[in-house]
Each structure stands twice: as structure tokens, then as C-alpha cells.
Ligand binder design. Sequence first.
Ligand code: PBG
Ligand code: ZN
Length: 340
Amino acid sequence: MNLHSVGQFPSYRPRRLRQSPALRRMVAETHLHVSQLVLPFFVRAGRKLRHPIGAMPGVFQLSPDELVRDAVWAYEQGVPAVLLFGIPETKDARASGAYAANGIVQQAVRRLKKELPELLVITDVCLCEYMDHGHCGIVQRDKRGARILNDPSLKLLARAAASHVEAGADIVAPSDMMDGRVRAIREQLDRQGFIDTPILSYAAKFASAYYGPFREAAESAPQFGDRRSYQMDPANANEALREVALDIQEGADMVMVKPALAYLDILHRIKTQFGYPTAAYAVSAEYSMVKAAAAQGWIDERAVTLESLLAMRRAGADILITYAAADVARWLKEKPPIKG
Ligand code: PBG
Ligand code: ZN
């Protein structure tokens, strides 16, 4: 039998299985579970600091003490993992803050692992927050403009990743989109004896307008140009498969698609093709749009958020990175929202 032959079974009435909430749940093909959630955080130096992000209600730049508070709250809701971004006190042309032994992310990781040893701490590995020009790699300026240098950037990325693991990070997640960075990071970690630390690679990361609010949150907007010479063209899907194949060859243990909702086709193809643990990153503007419409009373925030995450699961995501993770964890403990 194939899907097109259902017409030959005139007694098939799909609505039979939609009669009650319990029956619908019994035949649901896809589930959201708290174990799938990852909550991103922005950390900066200071004490008792909670600096709100205008376009992301409920998201803050936090000092390490406040980060621990919010991570404890999320962990108590059941969120098993966090993803850390750092905002350094100073930026330069070598992204020194990215691999400083006492850099802000390194400090935050040590605090979190001390207070919550069971919490999975994932660190974003990139240079843009630490570069004075805001690009994800080393910049060379010449008369024809500026170029992002690939191979020289790899050493800095590998150093950054290793410094996070030295501080106690459980997983490193390179988001720079330089070619060869997964191999460079894997080799550096192995050399230092961190052979069991997984790499979650932002394998298919698109040059997206959906990152707008994040750049305010991470203070990482490029000072000139854009990221299209290293992040992917939103027009391309086959190329995304090649990016993932390369990252897996280089040693990625898990792969990511980013953004999420506008790229579900990519997510589906990657999960189908490779079968690796696959993460979907519901990025800043995905969150902002829901918050903005909900604040107007135009949509039901909880219903839209849960439906979007379920769609990512259906497309093939195992791991859901979302700024709404703590709310989602709380909602999942409540009774299902849709009445019989
Ligand atoms: C930096 C980075 C970005 C995001 C994650 N890591 C921004 C960018 O590439 O410009 C975006 C996350 C979001 O929008 O929520 N490499
Ligand atoms: Zn970057």
C-alpha cells in the first residue's frame, strides 16, 4: 500500500482519531520534551546587572551572579542545557577576549559548573563579539576594501574553544562559518586531552536578517560590510548539505541549522541525509516577532511558540535552541492547552 491508495479504502475516516485529547495524544507522531531544550544567555562583567534587550522582552545581558540565578531557575523548570555568549569589556583586532583564561565566558562557565554541575554548559565559539570590527574572523584591509581571512582565524577559534573547555564547558559550538574550523577545534581539543568533549557545529548557518535583535544583545554588529562572504546564502539548500558533510568529516558530533522556522526544508534534508543529532536554533527575530505580536494581543504567545517548536521537531530537529526555553519548560508541565 502507498499513500495514494487510501482512496481505495472508503471506510478510512481520518477524523476518527481526532475525537478526544487523549486519543489525539496517543496518535501524535511528534512530541516536545523538556530534554530537547537549550536556553541561550548573554553574559557580561559586573554584579547584579540585568540589562534588558529592547527587541527581546524577557532577555537580558546578565552579570555572572545573575546568570547563575536565571540558570538555576531554568534548570529547576527542567531545562537541561544553556548556550553562552559573552560581551567583553574591551574589543580588539585579535579578539583577545575570546580566548583569555579569565574572559567573561570562561568566568561564567566556571561559576555555572560550580553551582550546577549537572547543567550542560554549551559555549558559542566565535570572534565577532570580541573583535573591534564585529566580524567573525580576522580582517585584512587593503585598497580594494576589507577581507575576512579564513585560515589565520582558525587558530584563534581553536584557542577560544580550548579555553572554554579548560574552564569546564561541556560542549563547544562554533558559529563563525570559517572553512575548516571544526577540524582545527577538534585537533586542538584532542592535543590538550579533551578527546571526549563534543562539538556542536553551526553547520548550516545562513546570512540572515533574523539575527537583527541578537546583534543588539551581543553587541556584535559588523562595523562595515556584512557576513555574506562567510555565512550561507538563503537561496541554497544543496550547499547546506555539503557544509554538514564537511563538518561531520572534520569531527562534528552534532550539527545545527540556523535560523529555524524559515529553514525547515534544510533541517529535514539534513536529518534525513545524515541522521546526526541535529539542532534547530530559533533565532532572535523569531522570538521578537512572537513577543511583538503577542504584546499587541494579535497572537497567543504560548500556542504559537509551542506550535513553531513542534514544527521544528517534525522537520527533524532533536535539539531546540530557543530564548523561550524556560517558559516552554513551564508550559510543558501544564495541561495541554487545546481542549477536546
Ligand atoms: C555570532 C552569532 C550570531 C548569532 C549566533 N551567533 C549572529 C550573527 O551571526 O550575526 C545569532 C543568534 C540570534 O539571532 O539569536 N556568530
Ligand atoms: Zn560571529
